[in-house]
Ligand binder design. Structure first.
Ligand SMILES: [Zn+2]
Length: 351
């Protein structure tokens, strides 16, 4: 035996030997709204081509009362398909969000914001009930001069103000996660994930730095106090709850979902629990994993139990990094708000 055996990372699969509870939570303690999810490829499992009845069965089993489908997009046909296929089949069970067609910037120039606002009105008239801003905003979206558009670009003010006027929540994802901006060396905590998805790296330069994007994001939320923003994936900065908390403190129009980030939250369980207790009115449940029973149950376990050191994913080696998570054992009043009441107010727009 050599002192330093040459074991490859991918072959290292340690089995924890602690004897601690592993609680199976099949349904949430209170019914839930999934405020961040998808139904089309690549994130939603292609449910636009599968029977809606089957989908409703899964949602019933998981006790998900309302499912937010962020895949309405901007093509009339996509939005219409989702409205016709899901919304018409079960109007109370789905909310379909529209999107912005950034490709048209070159055509509309400095008037792009007005044009995008007019498109939002059209989408809303058709039945869209929110606006999804995808991550290329800040990283790839370019104006008519081929210049990168900043997240707080004033030319987009009409879009955000129109969302406020139409009472539409804006669910927005910028920048996150931090490690995608770091060099892909042995110190990168998302090393395996980035090797699996080399196009997820955003080295700066040429890309703006993570903090430059987040500073612009904060300015956007601060500059549009009438607009309701939901920062995806723990306000786009799950690694730094203090930063997210400061923006929540400053901006009553800011909310967060924690979809696809229990890996980050569950490895800082003390901070996360304090954060959930303090901001219980501002946090929305969501999974971003398609209508997956396994994922729902993992999230319920994370929120409700004090189970320790468990896999945050559904595969033996979880996707975001080789660590494990701890449950939050949240009190009932917080669970009720996070599962349902906050989304009822922020997404369903009900008092
Ligand atoms: Zn998503």
């Amino acid at each position: 035996m050599s002192d330093t055996p040459d074991l490859r990372l991918q072959d290292f699969t340690p089995k924890p030997q602690m004897v601690t509870p592993a609680t199976r939570v099949t349904t949430p303690k209170f019914q839930a709204i999934d405020a961040h999810n998808h139904l089309a490829e690549p994130f939603g499992g292609g449910w636009d081509k599968r029977p809606v009845a089957e989908l409703l069965d899964i949602l019933d089993t998981a006790d998900i009362r309302v499912y937010v489908d962020l895949d309405g997009g901007w093509g009339e046909s996509i939005l219409n398909n989702h409205l016709d296929y899901f919304k018409a089949a079960a109007p109370e069970r789905f909310r379909i969000f529209g999107g912005v067609n950034w490709e048209s910037w070159s055509e509309h120039g400095d008037r792009f914001g007005e044009w995008a606002a007019s498109q939002l009105r059209i989408q809303t008239a058709r039945g869209a009930q929110g606006l999804k801003i995808w991550k290329p905003f800040g990283l790839h979206v370019r104006d008519q001069h081929d210049q990168l558009v900043r997240v707080n670009d004033a030319r987009l003010d009409p879009l955000w103000e129109t969302a406020a006027e139409l009472d539409l929540p804006v669910l927005i994802h910028v920048a996150d996660p931090v490690a995608f901006f770091d060099p892909l060396d042995a110190s990168n905590e998302r090393w395996e994930e980035l090797h699996g998805h080399p196009d997820w790296q955003f080295p700066s330069p040429p890309f703006p730095s993570f903090m430059a994007l987040m500073t612009d994001f904060a300015a956007l939320v601060i500059n549009h106090p009438r607009t309701t923003f939901v920062g995806a994936h723990v306000g786009c900065y799950a690694e730094n709850l203090a930063w997210v908390g400061q923006l929540l403190d400053r901006c009553p129009n800011f909310f967060i979902d924690f979809s696809a980030r229990i890996a980050e939250l569950g490895r800082q369980p003390y901070s996360t629990r304090r954060f959930f207790l303090k901001y219980a009115d501002r946090i929305l449940f969501g999974t971003d994993a398609g209508p997956s029973l396994d994922h729902y149950r993992l999230y319920y376990r994370f929120l409700e139990t004090d189970d320790e050191y468990f896999n945050y994913g559904t595969k033996p080696i979880p996707g975001q990094g080789r660590w494990q998570i701890y449950g939050l054992y949240l009190p009932d009043d917080v669970l009720q708000k996070v599962y349902y009441q906050n989304a009822r107010r922020v997404i369903l727009r009900q008092a």
